[in-house]
Design a protein around this ligand. Structure first.
Ligand SMILES: [Zn+2]
Length: 153
């Protein structure tokens, strides 16, 4: 479904944190291959954090767990990717739930050429919306000051 600018702005204003569902509970998947038949895997909260080289843990704000679909989506790619055609990452279209491939798929996605521009567009829009909110607030203050100046006699 094509995303309208208004919907995109509304979703970015609300942010990803409210729909991340990073504390679980997460669905499990049973691997049906011969090698690891019956092997159960699940997503864990740890996957929502990226470990930097200096040991620091950073929240992967782009990662969204859908309780309804029991899979992971990418917040910014869902909002900004030009097309959700075949071949696009499962983080964008069908949802990712192949839990035994969390490594390397999560790392692959967040450094992929399809993800990085979407992440940048998301952060740019967020900054612009925050600036507008600040400008609106400043303008309102100015108008209030102006009104009180003209109503004082
Ligand atoms: Zn992405």
């Amino acid at each position: 479904m094509p995303m309208t600018d208004a919907a995109r702005i509304e979703i970015v204003t609300r942010g990803s944190a409210v729909i991340q569902n990073k504390s679980g509970a997460f669905a499990t998947t049973v691997r049906a291959s011969d090698k690891a038949k019956g092997c159960t895997r699940s997503l864990t909260t740890d996957w929502f954090y990226r470990r930097l080289d200096n040991g620091e843990r950073v929240l992967r704000s782009w990662m969204i767990y859908s309780r309804a679909h029991e899979c992971l989506y990418c917040f910014c790619c869902r909002l900004f990717a030009k097309d959700c055609e075949q071949g696009a990452s499962s983080f964008i279209n069908t949802g990712f739930r192949t839990w035994w491939k969390l490594s390397p798929k999560i790392g692959d996605h967040e450094s992929s050429p399809e993800h990085l521009p979407c992440f940048e567009k998301w952060k740019d829009l967020e900054i612009r919306l925050n600036q507008n909110a600040t400008l609106d607030a400043l303008l309102q203050q100015k108008v209030k000051a102006e009104i009180s100046r003209w109503t004082k006699f």
